[in-house]
Ligand binder design. Structure first.
Ligand SMILES: Nc1nc2c(ncn2[C@@H]2O[C@H](COP(=O)(O)OP(=O)(O)O)[C@@H](O)[C@H]2O)c(=O)[nH]1
Ligand SMILES: [Mg+2]
Length: 470
C-alpha cells in the first residue's frame, strides 16, 4: 500500500538536520512502535516493560552487531506528542551513526515519516487543533524573536480559544433561528423571543450576538495585517517622478538588471516586482511607472496601476531626482501620502548633493554607483521592524488572538462575508430559511480553521507543507 496520511504504521524520521553535531535525534511513532523497536534493542525486556516518560540506555543492534549506543525516551499512548506510542532515539551525531540506526529501524518495519506526519497524527488524535498544528511549523521556521513569540501565542491556543468562542456565539444564533424555522412563530410565542435578549431584533433572534461575532471576526481578520509581515514579508513600492531613478534603484536593491532602465521618461509603463531579502526580511519590491499626468493611454493605465499598488504598499520608497531637486509634485506626494510609511530618498548623490535641508529626513543614495544602498537597506529593515513592533505592541497582551496563516485569513473572511450577508438580510426582514444557511456557512468556515470540519484533501495539502520529522 502506498504511504498516506492517516494510517497507523509506525513511522520514523530524523528530527535533527544532517551534518556534524553531538547528537542525532530519531523520532518513532505508531501503533506497535515499541514492539518493533524491541527487536533491535540490546535490552528487549527492559524496553517492553518500560513505563511511559522514561529513558533507557542501550544499543541498537542488528544481527548481533552493535550499530550505535543510544538513549531511548519512551512515551506511551496517549501521553506523547502524537498521542501514539512513541520513541525518541538519541544516537551519536555525524553522518554515519544516525543513518545506520535509521536503516536498522526500517528493516524492522518502520517506514519513513511523511512531511508533518507526526503533527498530523497529533491532530488526528485530538492533541492539537489545526491552528496549533500550523503554529508548530510557524515556530520551527520563525526567523525573529517577535515571530517566535507570535507562534508561541498560537501554540498555546489563543487563536483556537477565540475562534471557538466566536463559533459558540454563532451556534447560539443559528440554533435560535432553527427553532423558529422548525415551529411557526405563533407556536413559540413571545417568551422565546424575549429569551434572546434582543427585543429590537427583526426576524432573526439573537442579532446582537451575531453582531458581536462579526466585530470579533473583523478584529481577527485585521490582525493578519501585522502577522503576515513575519509569515509573508511586506510590499515595498518604489515611487517618484519619471526619471528619478526608480528602475535603477530597483536594480541596485536586487543586485541584478531586472528592470528596464533608460533616460526616456515613462519607460516603466506597468510595474515590475521581485522578491528580495533586505536585512533578512522578505520584501516584495515593486518598481512603478512614474506618477505623472500623461496623454498616452497605455502610460495612463500604468500610472493608475501604480497608484493602486501604492495604496496596498506597506512601505513606500519615494525617490527624489537629485539633479532636479525637490519639486512641487514631490511635495504634493509627500503631503498626500504622509499617513503611509514613507521613506524619502535623495537619488543621484554622485552628481548632486542633498539640498533638502532640515525640513525632510532624507537618505542620500546613488542608484548608479551603489553609494548609500547598504544604508538604505538597513533603514528599510528598521522601518519595517518599527512598524511591526508598534503593531505588535498594540496587541502585545499575549492573550490577544491573531491569525497565523493565509488559510486562516481566507476562512475568516469567508465567515465574515456570510455573517455580514445574513445580518443584511435580517435587517431587511427576509425569511429565516434563507438566513440560516448563511449562518451555517459561517460556522462551518470557523470549524474548518480549527479542523473540526475538514476533509482528507485539505489536511493532506496542509501537512505536506511541513518538514519531515515534525
Ligand atoms: N548620475 C546618476 N544617474 C542616475 C542615477 N540613478 C539613475 N540615473 C539615471 O537617471 C535616468 C533615469 O533612470 P531610471 O532608473 O530609468 O528612472 P525611472 O524613470 O525613475 O525609473 C537614467 O539615465 C539613469 O542612468 C544615479 O544615482 N546617478
Ligand atoms: Mg523606470
Amino acid at each position: 500500500m502506498d504511504n498516506f496520511y492517516g494510517d497507523e504504521t509506525p513511522v520514523a524520521a530524523f528530527a535533527t538536520p544532517p551534518g556534524n553535531s553531538a547528537l542525532t535525534l530519531i523520532r518513532c511513532s505508531g501503533k506497535d512502535a515499541i514492539d518493533m523497536a524491541v527487536s533491535v534493542f540490546s535490552a528487549p525486556e527492559k524496553l517492553k516493560q518500560a513505563k511511559g516518560n522514561t529513558v533507557l540506555h542501550g544499543w541498537i543492534v542488528a544481527a548481533n552487531e552493535k550499530i550505535d549506543e543510544v538513549l531511548i525516551s519512551v512515551f506511551h499512548a496517549p501521553k506523547s506528542y502524537t498521542g501514539e506510542d512513541s520513541l525518541d532515539i538519541s544516537c551519536h551525531g555525524g553522518p554515519s551513526a544516525g543513518r545506520a540506526v535509521m536503516e536498522t529501524l526500517k528493516k524492522s518495519g518502520f517506514r519513513d515519516a511523511l512531511p508533518g506526519e507526526f503533527t498530523f497524527r497529533a491532530f488526528m488524535n485530538g492533541k492539537l487543533d489545526l491552528t496549533r498544528s500550523e503554529s508548530v511549523m510557524e515556530l520551527v521556521s520563525a526567523k525573529t524573536d517577535t515571530g517566535r513569540r507570535h507562534a508561541i501565542n498560537r501554540l498555546s491556543g489563543a487563536l483556537e480559544t477565540e475562534i471557538n468562542n466566536i463559533k459558540k456565539l454563532l451556534v447560539e444564533v443559528l440554533s435560535g433561528a432553527e427553532i423558529f424555522l422548525d415551529y411557526s412563530e405563533d407556536e413559540i410565542g413571545a417568551d422565546a423571543k424575549a429569551d434572546t435578549g434582543d427585543e429590537a431584533a427583526g426576524r432573526l433572534p439573537g442579532q446582537k450576538l451575531a453582531r458581536e461575532a462579526l466585530v470579533r471576526l473583523k478584529k481577527l481578520a485585521a490582525s493578519w495585517q501585522r502577522e503576515r509581515i513575519y509569515q509573508e514579508g511586506i510590499l515595498a513600492v518604489i515611487a517618484g517622478r519619471p526619471n528619478a531613478g526608480k528602475s535603477s534603484l530597483f536594480n541596485a536593491l536586487l543586485r541584478e538588471d531586472r528592470s528596464i532602465v533608460t533616460e526616456i521618461p515613462g519607460t516603466t509603463r506597468d510595474w515590475i516586482e521581485a522578491w528580495v531579502s533586505i536585512e533578512g526580511i522578505p520584501v516584495r519590491l515593486a518598481d512603478t511607472a512614474g506618477l505623472r499626468e500623461s496623454a498616452d493611454p497605455i502610460e495612463k493605465i500604468g500610472v493608475e496601476r501604480s497608484r493602486k499598488l501604492l495604496d496596498e504598499a506597506d512601505l513606500i520608497l519615494y525617490l527624489i531626482d537629485g539633479v532636479e531637486g525637490i519639486t512641487g509634485e514631490d511635495r504634493d506626494f509627500i503631503t498626500i501620502n504622509n499617513e503611509q510609511n514613507l521613506l524619502l530618498i535623495w537619488n543621484k548623490a554622485d552628481v548632486a548633493a542633498n539640498t533638502t535641508g532640515n525640513n525632510f529626513a532624507v537618505l542620500s543614495v546613488s542608484a548608479k554607483t551603489g553609494e548609500g544602498i547598504a544604508e538604505l537597506g538597513r533603514a528599510i529593515a528598521a522601518t519595517i521592524e518599527t512598524q511591526a513592533d508598534t503593531a505588535a505592541d498594540k496587541a502585545h497582551n499575549l492573550q490577544t488572538a491573531a491569525l497565523g496563516s493565509t488559510r486562516q485569513k481566507n476562512l475568516i473572511e469567508a465567515a465574515c462575508a456570510a455573517l455580514q450577508e445574513s445580518l443584511r438580510l435580517a435587517e431587511q426582514e427576509e425569511p429565516l430559511d434563507i438566513i440560516a444557511p448563511l449562518l451555517r456557512e459561517a460556522v462551518n468556515s470557523l470549524g474548518e480553521i480549527t479542523g473540526e470540519v475538514s476533509t482528507a484533501d485539505i489536511l493532506e495539502e496542509m501537512f505536506s507543507k511541513f518538514c519531515v520529522g515534525k
